[in-house]
Design a protein around this ligand. Sequence first.
Ligand SMILES: [Zn+2]
Ligand SMILES: [Zn+2]
Ligand SMILES: [Zn+2]
Length: 201
Amino acid sequence: MNQSITTDLTDTTCSLCHCKHQTFLHDVLYKRNEPDVLIERYELRKICPSCVLFEHLEFYCPECFDLHDGTGEFICCCDCESKTHLKCLSDEEDVTEFKCSTCNHPKRLIFDLKELKDVKPRVDNVPWKLVDVQAARLLLTSARIADKLMSKARDESLSYAAMRANEAVSYREKATGAMSLFEKVKERNDRPFLLDRSRET
Ligand SMILES: [Zn+2]
Ligand SMILES: [Zn+2]
Ligand SMILES: [Zn+2]
């Protein structure tokens, strides 16, 4: 039996955790281990906000959810790759063997929209859902990470394409040099051989 996956199904399922019926999925380019095939270096995946956040802990502060920009002081978690701004910690926080808030409370990164039960469902019986402050924060940070990953992939693809173009130019120059050398040798071999018979007489 021929079976095909409908766009609806693929568009609402996270390709990492396979959670279904996601309202928000980010397009993220994932790198593949095939460095010589330009067109297949990245594959486009649809990933839910929580997976984007869990997969890229090193990109943002787990307290304020701002992306790291290389400035400010921060402390690294002893259990994961996240870095927490010092300014985001309270003075009483114990920073020896520091464990970040994501490691302590991983559920904080679960992107959850609350259903509004008191509001009449829409025409198609899909209930209204509420994006509260924490959900909005998770959505915004995951969107910024996805954007950053897309820009990085684009820049890497451009520099890879430029590198291959330079290689092509250098191969062409080598081929042109080899051809002109070949022509010279051929020309010398094709020249009529004149016998010097003067010494025979
Ligand atoms: Zn997911
Ligand atoms: Zn922070
Ligand atoms: Zn951690």
